[in-house]
Ligand binder design. Structure first.
Ligand SMILES: [Zn+2]
Length: 591
């Protein structure tokens, strides 16, 4: 799960599914770019050994291939689009219009821009984007797949698997897959039933029925190349960082096996030196049809070894924090969790953007067996451009007495303890059901709110232990308020926006926040902070523990109300907004 650091990501997905529409105009393009700020990432790489530099170069090449896969997964015209969009990193380009187009394509990671009015428009004459993107039959309606699944329930696990491409069972598609399989004999070994299955379907092709092939086959040419690059990187780094080399080898095989368990286990439990990399298809945000398909990406990361080690020691004894949570029963938590502080060297595909932290993997079975790893993305969390924007938002709506409480380090710590918060509290209800099954689509809202509240709840104890000083504690508390300031009314299906709105309403109701309508400002009663947060956390843990979906819905309906106060605050924040979009550049890619 990635943590979005900026508000526009939420707003960018509002207007979807509309019919084809005109191209983005030049004026609209200029308006967007005028509100775009560049975030350049250039971590210091001089401390890397020659072998690490070689491995890094290979990983960056793998990242580029995965980026291409991301584009292809999003749009069937990806190849044609690359000819329409000039690559401005290779030269001056042909005039402003070309340059603008290239910037927009880069900004939106594809051909569909979001205007300042939240409309989605293509920047070059291609098909409009489809909810199922290019991992389902292009333009397929969900109802058609639903009808098929009702008649063929046994097909559901394969069709809705995170790493398969769904196709119509036409003779043409089946023959193409068989030809691809013929070109990659390694896949026959790893997927012994695949050929038989494809041949059986080919005897009775039906355009009205669907089948799924693993990404390993659908994207075989690219993934074979990535496999080779990862294995070469592992060879280079074997002597200096055996754990990292082992992980890369496992991940190379995972991509062909279409099963990430081995690589994830090596990733989460390994002790790496300076380099780390998130590689493959993890997050499902781009699938607007079912929300189940993971899209490819890569994050190449530089670890701050000294600070990561200090942090690892500081967060020992998590069981004490679990036992301190306001609930009746407590589970056993891992003694040691994998967490590191990193600077982003380069991001590719799905992982590209201004995410501030990630906790991966997501698959329940893998998490249960091996745990997860927390990747703190420091040079984004503390990037001056992004910090300045958050500070403007803060100053726009809190009482001037609180302006100095804004503290980027507080934001860093709150984000870190949010991720740790995912480890604490119930992971199943009292009858033993996983929470996503018990609370269904409301589970994310409660899980994210729990993590937010745990970060604030444990802060008092961390102050007592000397982990924070007074200033540090104040910064974390301020960040907890900054976190729930919303520039736009969230839609009900937007997990983060909904739970942020619920928090701010609770804080207003219980007197942690006081709203001054005349000045459109919030005053914070820090003396009430812990008690008000603890009360809300108690409610959230109770609903999770009970696994009571109806209670969850009632709680959301009661607390996720948007009123005039929110609108006035949102307006004040928007008036101070100097940029809405962030274009991330990576020094290591020559940008
Ligand atoms: Zn989270």
């Amino acid at each position: 799960v990635a943590v979005a650091g900026v508000a526009w990501i939420a707003s960018a997905v509002i207007a979807q599914g509309a019919p084809p529409r005109p191209l983005l105009t030049e004026a609209q393009a200029r308006d967007i770019l005028a509100r775009t700020t560049e975030v350049r990432l250039s971590p210091e790489l001089s401390g890397l050994s020659a072998a690490e530099r070689d491995a890094l170069d290979l990983l960056l090449r793998a990242g580029r291939v995965l980026h291409g896969l991301y584009e292809l997964s999003n749009h069937r015209d990806a190849g044609r689009m690359r000819q329409l969009i000039p690559d401005t990193t290779r030269g001056p380009g042909r005039g402003r219009q070309h340059r603008d187009r290239a910037l927009l394509y880069r900004l939106f990671r594809g051909p569909i821009a979001t205007t300042l009015e939240n409309r989605r428009l293509p920047i070059v004459p291609v098909d409009t984007i489809m909810p199922g993107r290019n991992v389902y039959p292009w333009g397929v309606a969900k109802e058609e797949i639903e009808r098929y699944l009702e008649a063929t329930p046994g097909a559901r696990p394969r069709l809705l698997h995170p790493r398969t491409v769904v196709r119509r069972a036409t003779a043409e598609a089946l023959r193409a897959d068989l030809a691809l399989l013929g070109r990659h004999p390694a896949l026959r070994v790893l997927h012994p039933a695949l050929e038989t299955d494809l041949r059986a379907r080919l005897r009775r092709p039906e355009a009205g029925s669907f089948y799924a092939v693993p990404y390993a086959l659908a994207f075989a040419d690219s993934l074979m190349l990535v496999t080779t690059l990862l294995q070469s990187a592992a060879d280079r780094i074997e002597g200096g960082d055996a754990d990292f080399a082992g992980y890369l080898r496992h991940r190379a095989r995972d991509l062909l096996a279409n099963d990430y368990e081995a690589g994830d286990a090596a990733w989460v439990t390994g002790r790496f030196d300076r380099l780390n990399a998130q590689l493959g298809a993890y997050e499902t945000y781009d699938d607007e049809l079912y929300g189940v398909k993971a899209f490819h990406g890569a994050s190449i990361l530089l670890r701050d070894t000294a600070r990561s080690e200090r942090l690892r020691r500081a967060i020992g004894g998590l069981q004490d924090f679990e036992n301190s949570l306001p609930q009746a029963t407590h589970k056993r938590v891992r003694d040691e969790i994998s967490v590191g502080i990193y600077d982003v060297i380069a991001d590719f595909g799905e992982a590209r953007g201004t995410n501030t932290a990630s906790i991966l993997p997501n698959e329940n079975a893998t998490v249960r067996r091996y745990g997860r790893t927390i990747l703190m993305r420091r040079n984004i969390l503390l990037h001056p451009v992004l910090v300045a924007e958050s500070r403007r938002t803060w100053s726009a709506v809190v009482h001037p007495d609180h302006h100095a409480d804004f503290d980027p380090e507080g934001g860093f710590q709150r984000t870190l303890w949010h991720e740790i918060g995912h480890y604490l509290g119930p992971d199943q209800d009292r009858s033993g059901r996983a929470l996503d099954l018990a609370l269904e689509e409301e589970s994310g809202t409660f899980e994210e709110m729990k993590a937010d509240l745990v970060a604030l709840y444990v802060a008092r104890e961390l102050r007592r232990r000397g982990y924070y000083d007074d200033r540090g504690l104040r910064g974390v508390y301020a960040s907890g308020i900054g976190r729930v300031l919303l520039k736009n009314r969230p839609r009900r299906d937007q997990v983060y926006g909904t739970m942020q709105l619920m928090q701010i309403n609770w804080y207003l109701d219980r007197g942690l926040l006081e709203y001054d309508a005349g000045r459109r400002r919030l005053r914070i009663r820090f003396d009430r902070y812990h008690e008000v947060v603890a009360a809300l956390l108690r409610e959230i843990l109770a609903i999770q523990g009970a696994g009571d979906r109806a209670a969850a819905e009632r709680f959301i309906a009661r607390w996720a109300r948007w009123d005039d106060r929110h609108e006035a605050l949102a307006e004040a924040m928007r008036e101070q907004e100097t940029s809405r979009f962030r274009l991330v550049r990576y020094a290591v890619l020559g940008e």
